[in-house]
Design a protein around this ligand. Structure first.
Ligand SMILES: *Cc1c(COP(=O)(O)O)cnc(C)c1O
Ligand SMILES: [Zn+2]
Length: 432
């Protein structure tokens, strides 16, 4: 590959190394781009890299009070902890800074007075993926890469498309042709070149890796590009800051977090974010992290139950398209997130996922896409299993907006009744 690497002067200042989670080898940041050379490059066994930071140097450069007082609510406020050389490299399409609601009505209904919802559907392209794509585009711009590509179930691509439009960056997207219309519409309207693959997400993933190798494009693929975790971790930074309240140091970690899981990159990012804060001494404990999968796409849930190091691939069939994955690509980070924090994986049927959209919308006013509602369905499961105590502070991360998949909302509500334009018809309808 003819990748132009960043020169030292434009390297992110606080990154010390990239460490392979498979063989332990450490690389200098300019030495490697995606995955370790030990990788057999099949399915979930990728040789994923973890980005390492000099926390002492970061403590000299930043502190919680100063960050909390930053007038910019977007992820730029965390830039010493981001893998970019300059804060200004982030595109003008600001991501992050999403609300953390104290969901009192919903929480009381299930006996959890301290239930909070992090509504990441309120990012610019309406999913948490904006946090990662912002980093991908900033890095591509810093390195002067002409084209970025990604494979995606839809949201990562929509996020990349939006960031590229904001930055004027050319991009090519591989999605399974079955991706929901709204997500494909986002790609088209932002002007991406879209290749709808007649195959699964996993097929699109492998094709994108091969095309990037062939044509020298910058690859944003989840679980392959190590820096995507570093964007996604900002959701944990925000949760800890928002739970602390008025901007005073230190930040505060919840007792438990729930997040839905496909490839495992988001949950790995959630873990990394809290680990960073703990290493800096900015929080005093780790939350237990809970990963929620559909019983129709349970590769990581099964690996966790069976005590396996890596998941066996499944034939994913879930209706929650964003978490429909045969061979999770960020398996090591995902399993570490749950195992090292004393959390759990939960598997919930699609019917429970769709049903969870209703209380989220009706008692907390958060309209989630199925993969977003899955996290709440997982919390209900965990409550039933006795994994959560009533006094605990619990955060459910809603990863994507319900407007992404209007069909699911119509299905779960039963849709509308059409009436003729007469008062008689209104009377009849009220009786029903
Ligand atoms: C991508 C995505 C997920 C799953 O994230 P992974 O990193 O694949 O585990 C969950 N919810 C939504 C809305 C997503 O877009
Ligand atoms: Zn390795």
């Amino acid at each position: 590959m003819t990748a132009s690497q960043p020169s030292p002067s434009q390297a992110p200042p606080f990154i010390t190394a990239l460490r392979c989670l498979r063989c332990g080898r450490e690389y200098a940041p300019e030495e490697i781009e995606y995955v370790c050379s030990c990788r057999p490059n099949q399915g979930s066994d990728l040789g994923t890299l973890d980005v390492q930071y000099d926390y002492q140097a970061i403590q000299q450069a930043a502190n919680p009070a100063q960050i909390a007082g930053d007038p910019d609510p977007s992820i730029g406020r965390w830039w010493p902890l981001l893998p970019i050389a300059r804060r200004e490299s982030l595109s003008p399409l600001a991501v992050g800074g999403t609300p953390l609601f104290h969901a009192r009505r919903l929480g009381e209904a299930i006996g959890l007075p301290r239930l909070f919802i992090k509504d990441d559907g309120r990012n610019p392209t309406a999913s948490l993926k904006d946090r990662a794509s912002a980093i991908a585009v900033a890095r591509a711009q810093e390195e002067g890469r002409p084209i970025i590509a990604t494979a995606s179930t839809g949201n990562a691509a929509a996020a990349l498309a939006g960031q590229c439009a904001a930055a004027g960056q050319e991009n090519i997207i591989f999605v399974p042709k079955s991706a929901p219309q709204a997500k494909i519409a986002q790609l088209l309207i932002y002007g991406s070149r879209v290749l709808a693959v007649d195959g699964s997400y996993d097929d699109a993933f492998d094709l994108c890796v091969a095309a990037c190798q062939e044509f020298g494009w910058y690859n944003r693929n989840t679980g392959y590009n190590p820096y995507m975790t570093e964007g996604k971790k900002t959701v944990s930074f925000e949760i800890a800051q928002q739970l602390a309240g008025g901007g005073e140091a230190p930040f505060q970690a919840p007792d438990a977090v729930f997040v839905s899981v496909g490839d495992g990159c988001i949950i790995g990012g959630v873990h990394k974010g809290f680990k960073d804060l703990l290493a800096l001494g900015w929080i005093d404990h780790m939350p237990r992290i809970h990963g929620v999968q559909s019983t129709g796409s349970p590769a990581l849930y099964r690996a966790w139950r069976q005590g396996r190091e890596l998941p066996e691939p499944v034939q994913a069939t879930t209706r929650a398209d964003s978490i429909s994955v045969d061979a999770p690509r960020d398996a090591v980070k995902a399993l570490n997130a749950v195992r090292r924090t004393g959390g759990a994986f939960l598997a919930v049927p699609d019917a429970a996922i769709l049903k969870a959209m209703l209380p989220l919308a009706r008692q907390a006013a958060v309209f989630a896409e199925p993969a977003g509602a899955a996290a709440y369905a997982g919390l209900l499961r965990a409550l039933a299993d006795g994994l959560i105590q009533p006094h605990e502070t619990v955060v459910v991360i809603v990863t994507g907006s319900g407007l992404k998949d209007v069909k699911a909302a119509m299905e779960v509500t039963g849709g509308v009744t059409v009436i003729p334009p007469t008062l008689e018809a209104v009377r009849e309808a009220l009786k029903a």
